[in-house]
Design a protein around this ligand. Structure first.
Ligand code: 2YH
Length: 273
């Protein structure tokens, strides 16, 4: 998945409530409900009260993204957990979060983004969480995926996990990737169909999971398409947006919310009576 940048992150904190409203109206679930469903639980099954989350900025690679850590902390607070961003970055920041008693620690470099549950060492990662979150959103928006034709754009980490998850749900999947080898490998692994023409694939699908960094040409979008689209940068042109019935997209919230709930579930599931 492409790296986020300052520009993509700067509006997140101010738009969390509207992202939540968008999710409710498009999928029938709020952020918490969607995050829980993505990991196979209900909100009643988990106790997030008193969970302390530390977010550690990481300077390696291309370095710190302005407001990234603060945005993750705010996403987590909206779910009902306590969150802080460490003053120091990297290893010193990790030590700071541990010393402050963080039950969950979020850290991201340019390749991986993880949320570690410090009580047992289990961790969630953003590729799974993003895939699970956006598959769940598509399922909600489409009223279920069993027996439905779904196009996946992008056979990278998120697209591949999404293919496995939707395959288990009984969706009929076609995958497209500009990299033919990746596409064939995924097809062999999960047993999905492939397309080598993105435009004709778009023209024949009403449900699309877009996990690719490529642009989507509105001329080929089918009228009434539902897009669940974690892919960055934002891929739609005006025509595509006009023809689409729904576009579910945010740069960070859905993936990070699923990570937080999944990581908390490793120590906070309520015992059933
Ligand atoms: O955006 C990213 C990468 N695409 C990882 C996502 C994995 N699916 N990383 C964010 C880097 C954040 C930076 N190191 C910071 O501000 O701490």
């Amino acid at each position: 998945m492409t790296r986020l940048n300052d520009e993509m992150v700067k509006g997140i904190i101010g738009s969390l409530d509207s992202t939540n409203d968008m999710l409710i109206s498009m999928t029938g679930m709020d952020t918490m409900g969607l995050a829980c469903e993505a990991i196979g639980i209900t909100p009643e099954m988990i106790d997030l009260k008193g969970v302390v989350v530390g977010v550690v900025p990481v300077t390696s690679g291309l370095g710190i993204i302005k407001k990234f850590s603060e945005s993750v902390a705010e996403i987590v607070r909206k779910l009902g957990m306590e969150a802080f961003v460490t003053e120091s970055a990297d290893v010193t920041g990790l030590a700071e979060a541990l010393a402050a008693g963080a039950e969950i620690i979020f850290m991201a470099d340019d390749i991986k983004f993880v949320a570690i549950n410090t009580t047992n060492g289990k961790f969630s990662h953003n590729s799974f969480s993003t895939a699970a979150g956006y598959v769940t959103a598509l399922k909600g928006a489409a009223g279920g995926l069993a027996g439905k034709e779904v196009l996946i754009l992008g056979a990278g980490r998120v697209g591949s996990i999404a293919a496995e998850l939707m395959n288990e749900m009984g969706a009929i999947i076609t995958v497209y990737d500009i990299d033919e080898k990746k596409m064939r490998d995924l097809s062999a692994k999960v047993g999905v169909k492939t397309s080598n023409d993105v435009n004709s694939a778009l023209s024949s699908h009403l449900l699309v999971l877009n996990a690719s960094p490529g642009a989507i040409d509105g001329r080929y979008v089918k009228e009434g398409t539902i897009f669940s689209s974690p892919g960055i940068p934002y891929p739609f042109d005006e025509l595509g947006l006009k023809k689409a019935k729904m576009v579910i997209h945010d740069p960070l919230e859905i993936g990070a919310a699923v990570m937080a709930v999944q990581s908390a579930s490793f120590s906070r599931l309520r015992r059933s009576t």
